[in-house]
Write a protein that binds this ligand. Structure first.
Ligand code: SAH
Ligand code: SF4
Length: 391
């Protein structure tokens, strides 16, 4: 029996349905949309077909206007327009880096802001999305962890991040035009702000929508969820989402991991590794990505590299070494390039792929662990400047 305390989620979750006003169709599962249409007067017999039609308009064609849903009767369109909205988070700013990385600041209900990063590469385009505003966890190297938690994102706000990026990349299909196979937005990583497994249901529902073959239709193999190690939810991720898993591993002893990733005190390495061993079989996925942030003198010795190999023995794995992105006041330093290289070589020689993550979009502060907080800093300094100059 698990004697550990149940997961507490001291996070304010916005109800899926606003108490009054038109309901947003974005973010509803097919079943929820069916229920909503029935509640609005659609007959049970017709509801499934209507969901199919509306779903395609929204998620395949990227339409936002009921009036243009031409396979629905005029009266039905009018009813939809009265009862529902199709609403995405509002894009407040867009920055494009010298290397093509795009960073969007989007505003969600309550005036909160979340950052979304698009990273183009030669063989793919990856969108890094957020699952929470802030994070309840307090990993000592992560700037998001120093922010006060605000709230969980809704499923609409999570899949909405994908949709605003598709809008900006002009990636919705054009009727009559030949189907384009190579996608600009081909991959999603849940590596922005927040711990996705502390917002499980909304993350699952949003990713199900992104994977739905009648819509955005991204393969589950192109979606990677990164977790700090919420062990009980890892099995659920395999069973209910089936996406690729990345784990913020970052240390090879409980003593060091307790300090870097404090959730380790609740679910230490042995429990975490058991859950990871079971993951590929249940989710039928290929490899687990082990994320490992390189912190000077903390977790980057040759002995760490060797321990890491021993610990993950038998798990199909890729090890992603992340040079620490420093932030003002951070209690750590980035490991030297030589140290990172030596660490990577040991791992590579043991037969693992060990790419070192290239920092992308540095000129627009789009790197891991810098999201949102950087914007807040920019604002603060503007405010300070205003104060100093009296403007
Ligand atoms: N909460 C989830 C996902 C978001 S963080 C998680 O922790 O996995 C995405 C990745 O960026 C994680 O591996 C995280 O440990 C890493 N990260 C956070 N801050 C960082 C920093 N300052 N430098 C480098 N990587 C960082
Ligand atoms: Fe939260 Fe992930 Fe940052 Fe840890 S690393 S504080 S889990 S966002």
């Amino acid at each position: 029996m698990d004697a550990k305390a149940p997961i507490t989620q001291d996070v304010l979750t916005i109800p899926r349905k606003a108490p009054e006003g038109p309901q947003n169709l974005i973010g509803l599962s097919r079943d929820q949309m069916r229920d909503a249409l029935i509640a609005a007067g659609t007959s049970e017999k017709q509801a499934k077909m209507r969901v199919g039609q509306i779903w395609q308009w929204i998620y395949h064609w990227g339409l936002r206007d009921f009036e243009q849903m031409t396979n629905l009767s005029k009266e039905y369109r009018a009813m939809l327009a009265e009862t529902f909205v199709i609403e995405l988070p509002e894009v407040v700013t867009r920055q494009i880096s010298d290397d093509g990385t795009r960073k969007y600041l989007v505003r969600i209900a309550g005036g909160h802001e979340v950052e979304v990063v698009y990273i183009p590469e030669t063989d793919r385009g990856t969108l890094c999305i957020s699952s929470q505003v802030g994070c309840t966890l307090t990993c000592s190297f992560c700037h998001t962890g120093t922010q006060k938690l605000v709230r969980n994102l809704t499923a609409a706000e999570i899949v909405g991040q994908v949709m605003v990026a598709r809008d900006d990349l002009e990636e919705w299909p054009v009727p009559g035009a030949p189907r384009v196979e190579a996608r600009l937005l081909s991959n999603i990583v849940l590596m922005g702000m927040g711990e996705p497994l502390y917002n499980f249901d909304n993350v699952r529902d949003a990713m199900k929508i992104a994977m739905d073959p009648e819509g955005i239709s991204l393969s589950r193999r192109r979606i990677t969820l990164s977790t700090s190690g919420v062990v009980p939810e890892i099995a659920r991720t395999a069973a209910e989402i089936g996406c690729q898993l990345a784990i913020s591993f970052h240390a090879t002893t409980d003593e060091v991991r307790d300090r870097l990733v404090p959730i380790n005190k609740r679910w230490p390495l042995a429990d975490l590794l058991d859950a990871l061993r079971a993951y590929p079989k249940v989710s039928n996925s290929e490899r687990i990505t082990f994320e490992y942030v390189m912190l000077d003198g903390v977790n980057d010795s040759d002995a760490d590299a060797r321990r890491l190999i021993k610990l993950i023995d038998g798990i199909p794995a890729k090890i992603n070494l992340i040079p620490f992105n420093e932030w003002p006041g951070a209690p750590y330093k980035r490991s030297s390039n030589n140290r990172i290289r030596a660490f990577a070589d040991i791992i590579y020689n043991a037969g693992y792929a060990s790419p070192v993550r290239k920092p992308r979009g540095e000129d627009i502060m789009a790197a891991c662990g810098q999201l949102k907080s950087a914007t807040e800093r920019a604002r603060k300094s503007k405010a300070q400047i205003a104060q100093e100059t009296g403007l």
